[in-house]
Design a protein around this ligand. Sequence first.
Ligand code: GLU
Length: 486
Amino acid sequence: MPEVRVRFAPSPTGYLHVGGARTALFNWLYARQQGGKYVLRMEDTDAARNTDAARRTIFDGLHWLGLDPDEGPEQGGPVGPYSQSERQDIYARSIVELKSTGVLYPCFCSKQRLSSLRLSQEAAREPFRYDRLCRGLTAEDIQRHTAAGAVPAWRLRVPEGETVLDDLIRGSITVNHADVEDIILVRGDGTPIYNLAVVIDDHTMGITHVLRGEDHLTNCFKQIIIFRALGWDVPRYGHLPLILGPAGEGKLSKRKHPEAALEHYIARDFHPEAFINWLALIGWSFDDKTEIMTREELVQRFSIERVNKSGARLNMEKLAHISGDYIRREAPEKVRAKVCEHLVRGGLVKEPLDAATEALVAAIASAEQERLRGYADIVELARWVFSDPPVMEEKAQKNLTKEPGTAAMLREWAATLSDPLPQVPEMEAAARQFCEARGMGFGKFVHPVRAAITGRTAGPPLFDCVRLLGAARSRARLEHAAQSAS
Ligand code: GLU
């Protein structure tokens, strides 16, 4: 058996689609499992879109995912260059070979002729397909056109018969060649059309398995016909199911769904291992129940046979759940560093941190670790710490005005606070005594005090919050809340 070689072949459009990220992952998993190679090929022939920034989003995105390729534009490798824009010489050589097989024929049809053909086929409600006029040109016809200065495009002479694709995911699919158009493969300027470039690349890069989105299924038949025309070995194909929007609606597009772009997940800073775990479960499952799996487990367990055929919904709640789980199990130092990074980026703390701020950040990280789904959540979760008085949520404000005597209670409790504050258990015991002495339930204490301290109705344990602020800031907040309390 030859070494397994797979590739991820994105077009740099300015962002990395989450479906592309999944394609990269499945290829990577398969290569790692089979002890093969995973190649990155940049399909960057669209010069207008092929900016350095667009290429960068792909390199950076793969790096964030921990899916750096074994061979690629940055790494180099034995079958480079790895960007289509740099492979024109390779294409030119293969095109000479292709022409010599007679599988290409020159087409001199003008744009006008092709567009009126399209119009008449549309009017007749027929699918648009080139009518193969130039297939019948004689050597003299060709000579005449060329002498008149016409430059042909070159079309694929689709042979009679059929092509059977034995897809690793979708099973056997047969296409009758009568339904395949004689597409242009080489433009007038000698450059290859996309489908030809892909075939030449997959062949010259020694690709054995192609796992890609099902939107390439129709291209696949054309590509197989070209492979066969050239007498080259056809790789095995597996077409991955489409990714549907979060509500199960149509295809995921960046215009409608911010979740389509990897940058969305990077910005929220989900735990990358959790993200990989979740991504693997979009259209694949191990056993219909196991959800949490490490990267190593995924490598061992991945199987193309268990990839679904039908479209897979993007389940954002599941991602939040898995990422929350990974973050809860993460080492406190790691969480602290991430929390610090996001608080700085969110403008809540300034670098360099003094000792007091460092202690504060550590306290915030430990208080909020449990609630984080993505590390960037910390900016909103911890905002209450940084504004005096805190922004008061409507629901929290209501907790200040439910019971008569709340203002007095807040002031009295404030008067009991002084630095250094006791540890949480002692503080709680004192607060319970405080309530007993007033003949009030603990609940009537906790809700207004939480509102006063944090401006919110939910958050870390209350006395952790108080300790985080220290006695002076806590007292000031209690006094401020008392002014609008009943
Ligand atoms: N460049 C294509 C895309 O970004 C992928 C082509 C392929 O995998 O064959 O959709």
